[in-house]
Write a protein that binds this ligand. Structure first.
Ligand code: FDA
Length: 450
């Protein structure tokens, strides 16, 4: 007979969004013993971005307890004691095996049955992996991925083993591949980066910007190989991977391989029950699932309408959205739809959640990444034509201008906190600019009309 537990709210998932949901619930005055977090992971929710930053940094070597949520905003890592003291039930090592949305029931692999009134789906993504049937020998030892603490520990063990003498091959050209490469270089490991595009981070960066970051990597001794599509890996005598071969015949050897080829949303529990979109779970402006107002989806797994950009449905795999969407769902559950309710807007406890305070969820995208001593921040939408000023690594600004001459997106490197605040305001207000004038000037600040 399985043990049964009832909660008013269950957050399914134990990542960034789950941690911020718990934090918001407590901050917004939610009652004790009414909220549970179910996580398959062995540690409390943590700031996942730290895995490819402080956790691998040879000088810092942060431990997970230093970056449990909400270390990034409250300088208060929520350990298990925090959950206990605030009456939030935290179930670790508890993987949901089955969810029945019609009876509001969750069954976990370790034999619990949970009943909820409201469910917040925060199952995030998992690393996309090669399958050995498509990429021969891709299941060899020494071919690594990075999504969770377990993966990060494995990568860090390899780093410790080969520090100062080893060679790694990073496969992928997105921000995660760039961050991992930076960590490896800081640990004196030689790196080749091999990626499918013509240049790094081609989903966001214009070529002109990417080339500048590429030069930074080259200056640090990293070998960059573009247009690489993996064909197969090779096996050493001891069962470890020794080399990777690309479709055009190029072959690169290494001691270990870190594969960063994207992420897959964890939606399987809900297939056939909830409406899917963009590979994730479709939600409305209040982050409620279509036809199920008691079920919310937040973070990486949610496909939501981007209100500020013609309600285009998007799935955003970045940490700022996971934090704010979690807070927004909690606000909606605790206080109903407070749209137009200024009481909540004026509540100083909520000021940290700009997007949440105005529920419905009106999100202006914000992404960032850090590598070496660089840090780029992006605000808004990268559609339209890109105009670039300045240079990485000192100071660079890129503006994306739509056909209507509105600025819709901004990328900054090497800018001050004030300039970041301005960039956010610009992404929110989307001022019109004179594009012919824009061609001629080099000082971005001269073109904004506030
Ligand atoms: P997240 O993946 O954090 O959490 C999902 C949780 O659900 C996990 O704990 C998972 O185990 C659990 N789960 C899934 N299925 C379950 C089940 N059936 N039962 C129980 N639990 C289940 N973004 C950014 O803007 N800047 C950055 O620099 C970085 N850096 C970065 C580095 C690395 C290494 C990664 C992997 C990712 C980033 N990101 C980032 C992305 C950012 O971390 C990501 O957007 C958030 O973690 C998403 O938060 P979620 O809570 O939605 O998913």
């Amino acid at each position: 007979c399985l043990e049964s537990k009832n909660y008013q709210i269950i957050v399914l998932g134990g990542g960034v969004a789950a941690g911020y949901a718990a934090f918001s619930y407590v901050r917004m005055g939610g009652e004790s013993n009414q909220l549970a977090v179910l996580s398959e992971e062995p540690v409390p929710p943590y700031e996942r971005p730290s895995l490819s930053k402080g956790f691998m940094d040879p000088d810092i070597r942060m431990e997970p307890s230093e970056f449990y949520t909400c270390a990034a905003i409250a300088q208060l890592p929520q350990d298990e004691k925090w959950y206990e003291e605030h009456g939030v039930a935290l179930y670790l090592n508890t993987r949901a095996q089955q969810v029945d949305v019609s009876t509001k029931k969750i069954i976990s692999e370790n034999g619990h049955i949970f009943h909820y009134e409201k469910l917040i789906i925060a199952t995030g993504c998992r690393a996309r992996k090669y399958s050995p049937s498509q990429v021969p020998f891709s299941n060899l030892d020494g071919i690594l991925y990075l999504r969770n603490i377990e993966d990060a520990n494995i990568v860090r063990n390899w780093i410790d083993e080969l520090k100062g003498q080893g060679k790694a091959v990073v496969i992928g050209g997105g921000y995660l591949a760039m961050e991992i490469t930076s960590c490896l270089v800081s640990n004196n490991i030689q790196v080749t980066m091999a990626y499918p595009g013509d240049y790094l981070l081609n989903k966001l960066f214009p070529a002109q910007v990417a080339k500048q970051y590429e030069q930074v990597f080259r200056d640090k001794g990293v070998e960059l190989l573009s247009n690489c599509f993996v064909e197969n890996f090779y096996e050493r005598n001891d069962g470890f991977a020794s080399a990777v071969r690309f479709q055009d015949g190029r072959k690169v050897s290494g001691d270990f391989f870190i594969v960063c080829i994207g992420a897959i949303p964890n939606t399987e529990l809900f297939q056939g029950q909830l409406q899917l979109q963009n590979g994730g779970i479709e939600v409305n402006h209040r982050l409620q699932c279509v036809g199920f107002p008691d079920i919310y989806a937040v973070g990486d797994v949610a496909s939501f309408p981007l209100k500020a950009y013609s309600n285009r449905p998007v799935r955003i795999e970045h940490v700022d959205h996971s934090r704010k969407s979690a807070a927004s769902a909690i606000l909606d559950i605790l206080h109903g739809n407070p749209y137009g309710n200024t009481k909540h807007r004026d509540d100083p406890r909520l000021s940290i959640f700009r997007a949440a305070v105005d529920t419905t969820y009106d999100y202006v995208p914000f992404y960032y990444s850090r590598m070496f001593d660089l840090c780029w921040n992006f605000y808004g939408d990268s559609s339209g034509t890109a105009f670039v000023w300045g240079y990485v690594p000192s100071k660079m600004v890129t503006l994306w201008i739509e056909l209507s001459s509105k600025v819709v997106g901004i990328l900054l490197e090497g800018c001050s906190p004030f300039e970041h605040r301005v960039a956010y305001r610009v992404a929110v207000n989307r001022p019109k600019v004179d594009t012919s004038e824009l061609q001629r000037i080099t000082e971005a600040s001269q073109v904004f009309e506030y």
